[in-house]
Ligand binder design. Structure first.
Ligand SMILES: Cc1cc2nc3c(=O)[nH]c(=O)nc-3n(C[C@H](O)[C@H](O)[C@H](O)COP(=O)(O)O)c2cc1C
Length: 394
């Protein structure tokens, strides 16, 4: 298997296969099936909301590469008059800088430095993108999901229902037939804003925002994910946020860290260390600590091994941004789009790739074949390392 993997890595670095997940299943007996918001995915690697999901050209390249799903850039909600209470998040900033960031434990990782925030073009342009996303999703070519930032009140203020209603209804119309998948973003810039200074205020948002969105959607069927921020409090508060979030179909954990001195969000190994620490602690908590919701990981996914770390902490899929925008020389592949080169490294790297990591878990007795196959999703649901085949979830 390892010789085969070395050969595939070499070969696919020159030409990435169209259906890599089918190939992995056939060649290695590994079923990479994953999930996002209940949608089955061929493998767990998707794109997080941001500057890499602003237009249909980017969606086409991701579809062509075989990415599992894409979350569109976050749009800032508005009411019928076009008023946006979170308008401060609709700033225009084109320049991004991809660079190294050393983590507290000394590991060098990558981060993107960018002073921008949400969608900065007219709402109608976003709706055109949502129309394309609905078509791609319905045709089964690529699951593409809108993302929104809605009004967030202070404790003594009501929610601006008009913003929730107008935005959600327009998104649902643009999406078209079928259930609307939606991600609600609580961003790192929000974590750095005085609005998020108070724990009680954040917990109220998490309890009430999903209800506001559902009520705004009316009869439109909706599947809702909330992407939680890394608040400026301790790990315990991150777990409190997870437990407080009510009425959602999935939690995306957790958006980038906030650097108050440089006033920028950042990633790298500090981000994955914090996220994995919190997710593992949340998983170890008794069921009485709160309901278990499907989880999606995000933060410094830069190898198949990190995908597996998130999976073993309970995540059914992962959302990447930084690893999809590295300088081309950083990818081992010599041809293909950035998304193809990233998938090539994440899936087929003979040491750090997903296939290599899953085979290693099999050899270590952590993961067992069922029906002759090793299944990615078994890792997410496994209650303890070493669970036997008959204990693994279906
Ligand atoms: C330049 C940039 C812009 C981003 N914009 C958004 C956004 O609009 N909405 C959102 O939910 N996340 C946004 N993110 C967060 C990413 O989707 C992702 O969750 C985060 O960067 C962690 O993954 P990474 O370490 O692979 O970059 C952005 C990230 C970057 C780097």
């Amino acid at each position: 298997m390892h010789a085969r993997l070395a050969g595939d890595f070499e070969r696919f670095g020159r030409a990435f296969p169209r259906d890599a997940a089918a190939y992995v299943r056939e060649a290695y007996g590994i079923d990479l099936t994953a999930r996002y918001l209940g949608h089955p995915l061929p493998h767990p690697i998707g794109k997080g909301s941001g500057q890499l999901s602003l237009n249909t050209d980017q969606l086409d390249a991701d579809r062509e590469a075989g990415l599992a799903f894409v979350v569109l850039k976050t749009v800032i909600a508005e009411d019928t008059a076009g008023t946006r209470s979170m308008g401060a998040w609709a700033v225009h900033e084109a320049r991004m800088r991809v660079g190294r960031r050393r983590a507290a434990d000394g590991r060098d990782g990558w981060t993107v430095t960018w002073k921008g925030r949400g969608w900065d073009r007219p709402f109608d342009d976003y709706l055109a993108l949502v129309r394309a996303a609905g078509d791609l999703t319905r045709s089964g070519e690529l699951l593409a999901v809108p993302s929104v930032k809605y009004h967030l009140p202070r404790l003594d203020e009501p929610f601006r229902a008009s913003e929730y209603q107008h935005t959600t209804r327009r998104l649902a119309e643009a999406w078209g037939d079928g259930e609307l998948p939606l991600e609600k973003d609580f961003s790192p810039t929000l974590a750095g804003d005085p609005l998020a200074d108070e724990r009680a205020r954040i917990l109220r948002w998490l309890r009430e925002v999903p209800r506001e969105i559902r009520s705004a959607a009316g009869a439109t069927p909706l599947r809702l994910a909330v992407k939680l921020m890394n608040a400026r409090f301790d790990d315990g508060f991150q777990r409190e946020m997870m437990a407080a979030t009510a009425g959602v179909d999935a939690l995306v954990c957790f958006n980038r860290l906030w650097d108050p001195a440089a006033e920028v969000a950042y990633g790298g190994w500090d981000l994955s260390a914090r996220n994995l620490r919190v997710l593992r602690a949340a998983r170890a908590e008794p069921a009485s600590a709160g309901p278990r919701r499907p989880l999606v990981g995000t933060g410094n996914v830069c190898s198949g091994r990190v995908v597996l770390d998130y999976a073993r902490a309970g995540c059914e899929s992962v959302e990447l941004h930084t690893f999809l925008q590295l300088p081309l020389r950083e990818y081992p592949a010599t041809a293909g789009s950035r998304t193809q080169r990233a998938l090539h490294a994440l899936l087929f790297h003979p040491v750090d790739g997903l296939v290599a990591g899953i085979l290693e878990l099999e050899a270590a007795g952590v993961l067992h074949r069922r029906g002759g196959e090793l299944r990615f999703l078994d890792l997410c649901g496994m209650s303890a390392p070493g669970a036997k085949p008959d204990e693994a979830p279906a």
